[in-house]
Design a binder for this molecule. Structure first.
Ligand code: NAG
Ligand code: NAG
Length: 195
């Protein structure tokens, strides 16, 4: 009754399902590439401990903890401003709110779930991201959806540490957003908000 048995049975099924999907999506991508709308830009996320980010639940005592590691199971919640430039005094154009739970036994990796509210490049709305974040290395997270001007958006964001020293830590967030063909037809009506 080992849980691993379950894993080995499921793995071939997952591969069978994923491989054909991957092949078709690439094929599809090439045919529609010229027509797809996309946006690429970078913002800076500033997180101040006990002000925009709080440790809610302490993890279990496990492998050794340092300044950049958190005990396994640590629950952290944040609502951080996103600015146009690396300096936190620069213009705020978004907010990232969400949670991360330390899910790497090394204390360096967390499973992160976040909603990012944006008001950039004549687009207002939010995108949702999910994935594993490394405390000290760049990490990419898939965009799993969006709202308002970002409705149906896909793509990924890459988060890289810029400054990890002091009470406020800064990350560069690179956005690579793509609207699927069926999203562009939805964004044309005149009811769309103007900025
Ligand atoms: C944040 O607040 C907690 C609980 O009050 C405290 O133990 C911790 O030292 C504070 N951290 C910093 C960096 O101020
Ligand atoms: C950020 O901007 C403020 C105000 O313009 C300035 O005083 C400060 O030196 C800047 N900080 C950095 C790290 O550039």
């Amino acid at each position: 009754m080992s849980p691993f048995l379950h894993f080995y049975i499921i793995l071939p099924i997952i591969l069978l399902v994923l491989l054909p999907l991957d092949a078709t999506s690439h094929h599809h991508h090439h045919h529609n590439h010229h027509a797809l709308k996309s946006l690429h830009f970078s913002l800076f996320q500033h997180e101040t401990i006990n002000k925009t980010g709080y440790l809610i639940v302490n993890g279990v005592a496990g492998p050794s903890v340092s300044q950049t590691t958190t005990p396994f199971g640590t629950l952290f919640v944040f609502q951080d401003p996103l600015t146009l430039k690396p300096n936190y005094t620069s213009k705020v154009v978004g907010t990232a709110q969400g949670t991360s739970i330390t899910s790497g036994l090394d204390g360096l990796q967390s499973t992160s779930i976040a909603s990012i509210a944006l008001n950039v490049k004549m687009h207002k709305g939010s995108i949702s991201i999910v994935g594993v974040t490394h405390n000290t290395k760049p990490a990419s997270h898939p965009v799993v959806g969006g709202t308002n001007d970002f409705l149906f958006v896909q793509g990924y964001v890459t988060s890289s540490p810029v400054n990890l020293v002091g009470l406020t830590v800064t990350y560069k967030i690179e956005f690579h957003l793509y609207w699927p063909p069926y999203a562009s037809s939805k964004s044309k009506p005149s009811s769309r908000t103007k900025f």
